[in-house]
Design a protein around this ligand. Structure first.
Ligand code: TLP
Length: 346
């Protein structure tokens, strides 16, 4: 199977498994796992923050951050297509008692003026703005990189109003590699940054939440409250350390494969393809089968892809490149899509 549904489907390589098997471990709830500690130190160093916390998933990292930065009854400014708003089960309402304030960005990117206009004035009958969230790269916008200047304007405007800003950086390493910008530059100024190890970096499990020392201390309490205290987690953290050593630079290959895939698909009649900035290709089927039908036909031929919008889009298909996808896989996928777009029997 050529699995393009997500970069979450990557399997640990033999070398990563060897690093996991060799990991020195201890009970991390007692703070005694040296490999977890090493990963957290490494992450904090890379992101330029005082501390970091290993969490089981990106969703938990985002939601722990929201719980730490806000109080019940506040609002959180999010982008309309963001993962936090669309694909995290309304958890900010369930666990933090806050409501989203939704801004419609231009392909995932909103402006500092939009943020300034959405921040509530200090009137006792309004829900105070507690947090602003950005997503880099923006998943639903096809792995779009947040322009650094635009992010910095948002950060400055929020800071001027005393409001914290969290970065959902599930794929921030893709953004760093695509733009040649050190990840600490992309993280600078944020009050917290979550990045995922279990996406393009190829780990089986795990994300890291980075921020100041007091933020990480509170995040550790919230993680435990949510059941995210893990014991001999060094076995997972070892995969993270391995990935940070060996799987960051190679993301450029995934980006090249995404561009090749997009270019190949764009030549096919009936398709329009958003030129990818990183590893996510969004294909709109202007004429032909709908997204679910095309994905079903491709599955029967050995290619897995999903309707976009976490399965909600009727005419858009998402294909994600990752370390399990070769150039030959990309070429075969283009050939199979060409064949399957034709009506049966044609
Ligand atoms: N994204 C998954 C699905 O949930 C859509 C994927 O296949 O792309 N932030 C962003 C930007 C994400 O894309 C994701 C996962 C998360 C957070 C959540 O990470 P996990 O799945 O580890 O909870």
């Amino acid at each position: 199977m050529i699995d393009l549904r997500s970069d979450t489907v990557t399997l640990p390589t033999p070398a990563m498994r060897a690093a996991m098997a060799a990991a020195e471990v201890g009970d991390d709830v007692y703070g005694e796992d040296p490999t977890v500690r090493a990963l957290e130190e490494r992450a904090a160093d890379l992101l330029g923050t005082e501390g970091a916390l290993f969490v089981p998933s990106g969703t938990m990292g985002n939601q722990v951050a929201i719980a730490c930065h806000t109080h019940p009854g506040q609002e959180v400014i999010v982008e309309a297509g963001s993962h936090i708003y669309n694909v995290e089960l309304g958890t900010m309402a369930r666990f933090s008692g806050v409501q989203p304030r939704v801004l419609v960005g231009e392909r995932g990117v909103f402006t500092a003026d939009q943020v300034a206009a959405a921040i509530r004035p200090d009137l006792y009958y309004l829900a105070p703005t507690g947090l602003v969230c950005l997503e880099n790269t923006h998943n639903a916008a096809g792995g779009r990189v947040w322009p650094l200047a635009a992010a910095r304007e948002v950060l400055a405007r929020a800071r001027a109003r005393g409001i914290a800003v969290h970065l959902d950086g599930a794929r921030v390493f893709n953004a760093a590699v695509a733009t040649g910008t050190p990840v600490r530059e992309l993280a600078r100024g944020f009050d917290s940054v979550m990045f995922c190890l279990s996406k393009g970096l190829g780990c089986p499990v795990g994300s890291v939440l980075c921020g100041s020392r007091p933020f990480v201390a509170e995040a550790q309490r919230v993680r435990k409250a949510l059941g995210g205290g893990m014991r001999q987690a060094g076995i997972l953290a070892a995969a993270g350390l391995y990935a940070l050593d060996h799987h960051v630079g190679r993301l450029a290959e995934d980006h090249l494969h995404a561009r090749l895939l997009a270019a190949g698909l764009a030549t096919l009649p009936g398709l329009s393809v958003l030129p990818p900035e990183t590893n996510i290709v969004l294909v709109t089927i202007e004429a032909g089968p709908d997204a679910a039908a095309l994905c079903a036909r491709l599955r029967a031929r050995g290619v897995l892809a999903s309707p976009a919008g976490a399965g909600t889009s009727a005419r858009q298909v998402r294909m994600v490149t990752h370390l399990g996808i070769s150039r030959a896989d990309v070429e075969r996928t283009v050939d199979l899509v060409r064949e399957e777009l034709r009506a049966p029997g044609e």
